[in-house]
Design a protein around this ligand. Structure first.
Ligand SMILES: [Zn+2]
Length: 134
């Protein structure tokens, strides 16, 4: 049976984020953002690290530590929804503002983030994010 994409697009995974997880380059910052959300949901820490810009504040932390943190977050979180609120292009950057719906042990830990994406080797990478909790 076809698996629905964990980015909540309503499409099946193979026709949504799977090609990006398998090596295709997402053509827009928005598609990169969605594929990172679904990678978190699937516990694919390698994809998260591979799509993080070398200028991200955490990029200097040890690789193994970041991988463990991502995996622990994925394991303890349910990824129950994703709403895209806006996308903006301000070359050389692109911004996506979104609300992620998350639960940890039954508790709502949803938040809104404005992510900044930058170009690196001809592709978009996640550069940094401003988080708004409410
Ligand atoms: Zn998807």
């Amino acid at each position: 049976m076809a698996q629905m994409c964990p980015c909540h697009s309503g499409k099946i995974y193979q026709e949504c984020c799977a090609p990006y997880h398998q090596g295709e380059i997402p053509p827009t910052a928005l598609l990169l953002m969605r594929s990172r959300y679904s990678a978190y949901a699937l516990g694919n820490s390698d994809y998260i690290l591979a799509t993080t810009h070398p200028e991200h504040p955490d990029a200097s932390h040890p690789h193994e530590m970041r991988k463990e943190q991502i995996q622990a977050f994925s394991t303890h979180t349910q990824f129950t929804g994703l709403d895209i609120l806006s996308t903006e292009e301000e070359p050389p950057y692109a911004y996506v503002t979104f609300r992620v719906h998350l639960k940890q042990e039954g508790r709502d830990v949803s938040f809104t983030e404005r992510s900044q994406f930058g170009r690196h080797h001809e592709r978009w990478l996640y550069r940094q994010g401003e988080i708004h909790r409410e």
